[in-house]
Write a protein that binds this ligand. Structure first.
Ligand SMILES: Cc1cc2nc3c(=O)[nH]c(=O)nc-3n(C[C@H](O)[C@H](O)[C@H](O)COP(=O)(O)OP(=O)(O)OC[C@H]3O[C@@H](n4cnc5c(N)ncnc54)[C@H](O)[C@@H]3O)c2cc1C
Length: 460
């Protein structure tokens, strides 16, 4: 049989594309050499958040006295946190396998090797199977890699796969990079009372985010005793001695390389098709199509935006382009980006400095979370929401706060639906909720806030 679509890789990009193709009545085959769920489910989003949630509960328990509750002899067992994470991943892999099956998707375990632009071979330990297709979606993802002066040895210098496999945590860690993984592991290590130092080569923390967020992260790190150096790199690693570019010498128990991934483009046989590359990534057009007309590349392997929900959205759009010739034209400024720091960080659209650089006119509203009844009820006294907009549209949203990962979607809906701040300001928000910060953020654009005590504004 000739499949309408063959998909290589069952990460969030590949399996979502397969489900969408099946929903549209197409004959689809999904090839995966490891477990369904890809990096996201097995070595990324889910296991890291399972650990973070345990750490968060521990952190919460330590401040129960603020709620009038006494707790003695509080402790944690990292071995159990690890086992709980393993169980959760196993459960989700099983449930995803059932979803794939229930959708009538043909699934083969094995390594896909490309034979021609319409055929591939799947090699497993016990067999080889030929697959013919009209269209191919490459969703092979990415993997960690070494960086200049920082060679992974998986014993002292560890990557994200290594730290997620540790059944016990060392007493001290040097984290390299303040992207999502660096910030998340700073939260894990410091939350479990380990000594953390973080180095970031860029002049600010979380370099891709709005400057106000970078500054807020710096303040949070200071409170949590995370030593952070920006504009600093690793000069040399010699046994367990690490020399930084600022001249400092450290002897951490481990170095965690939170930055650096390479796309999995070295699929056997792909070289004969000679697809155009964009640096290390497969080059794609606005419909996610490579330079070969029936071959698409989605997710981490095209390097556009390396997050799970971008991969799955691209998967859906690629399939719809195949089926209906419908233009994908994804607006990446509508895709939220979340870092599960403490507090959480969420951002959408343009950072303020980018708007300035581009000369795009905008209005700004910044509302401090401690001005809300709800954050005080939760005994939280940190964070803010910053909303950037013109008369018609939301242009950017930057939040650092408890529940930021949820709050961002209210304005993601508004932004992608093109709802103006004026119209949004007519929405009623329940009291007391975190969502009232979204309301205040909008009010600050169209008029003025309702709940801003004098003095709080200046703290941002
Ligand atoms: C520690 C960590 C935490 C993260 N946390 C988040 C988060 O909270 N939120 C978020 O949105 N993103 C997060 N990410 C990023 C997210 O995991 C990736 O963006 C996402 O998994 C990319 O999906 P994908 O489908 O492109 O590829 P992947 O998930 O990498 O899946 C690719 C699959 O292809 C398979 N494959 C490769 N080559 C072949 C071949 N030749 N034959 C058969 N199969 C093959 C691989 O085995 C793999 O299963 C995190 C990443 C890491 C490392």
């Amino acid at each position: 049989m000739t499949y309408d679509i063959a998909i290589i890789g069952a990460g969030p990009g590949g399996y979502t594309a397969a489900i969408r193709a099946a929903q549209l009545g197409m004959a689809v085959i999904l090839v995966e050499k490891d477990q369904p769920g890809g990096v996201c489910l097995n070595r990324g989003c889910i296991p890291s958040k399972a650990i973070i949630t345990s750490v968060d509960r521990y952190t919460e328990a330590k401040r129960l006295h603020k709620f009038g509750i006494k707790m003695e002899n509080l402790s944690y067992d990292y071995g159990e946190i690890f086992q709980e994470k393993e169980k959760l991943v196993k459960k989700l892999v099983k449930s995803l396998s059932q979803v794939i099956k229930a959708n009538g998707i043909d699934y083969i375990k094995g390594e896909a090797c490309i034979e021609s632009k319409n055929s591939l071979k799947v090699i497993s330990e016990t067999s080889e199977q030929a697959v013919e297709f009209k269209n191919l979606i490459i969703a092979t993802g990415s993997r960690p890699c070494s960086l200049p002066n920082i060679k992974l040895d998986h014993k002292f210098v560890l990557d994200t796969d290594d730290v997620l496999s540790m059944e016990d945590l060392p007493e001290s860690a040097l984290i390299v990079g303040s992207g999502a993984s660096g910030i998340e592991w700073a939260r894990i290590f410091s939350g479990l009372e380990k000594q953390v130092t973080l180095v970031e080569i860029a002049p600010k923390l979380a370099p891709s985010l709005d400057n106000s967020i970078s500054e807020a992260i710096r303040r949070e790190f200071k409170k949590k005793k995370v030593e952070a150096y920006t504009a600093t790199s690793i000069e040399e690693i010699d046994a367990n001695r690490v020399l930084l570019s600022n001249g400092q010498e450290l002897t951490p128990d481990i170095v965690f390389l939170g930055a650096g991934r390479v796309p999995n483009t070295e699929i056997k046989g792909v070289e004969q098709l000679d697809p155009e590359m964009n640096g290390k990534f497969f080059k794609v057009d606005s419909n996610l199509r490579t330079s070969i007309d029936n071959i698409y590349a989605i997710g981490d392997v095209n390097g556009i935006l390396q997050v799970a929900h971008a991969a799955s959205h691209q998967g859906v759009r690629a399939v719809e382009h195949i089926k209906f010739a419908q233009q994908a034209d994804i607006d990446y400024t509508n895709i939220p980006f979340v870092i599960y720091g403490h507090p959480e960080i969420a951002s959408l659209g343009y950072a303020e400095d980018v708007l300035m650089e581009k000369g795009i006119p905008y209005k700004k509203s910044v509302f401090p979370m401690p001005a809300l009844g709800k954050t005080l009820v939760e005994r939280e006294n940190e964070g803010f929401i910053k909303v950037l907009a013109d008369e018609e549209n939301i242009l950017g949203v930057h939040i650092i706060s408890g529940n930021a990962s949820e709050l961002i979607h209210q304005l993601a809906i508004a932004k992608s639906a093109g709802i103006s701040p004026e119209i949004l300001s007519g929405t009623v928000f329940a009291h007391p909720t975190y969502s009232e910060a979204v309301y205040e953020g909008i009010l600050g654009l169209v008029g003025d806030f309702f709940h801003l005590p004098p003095g709080l504004k200046t703290r941002i």
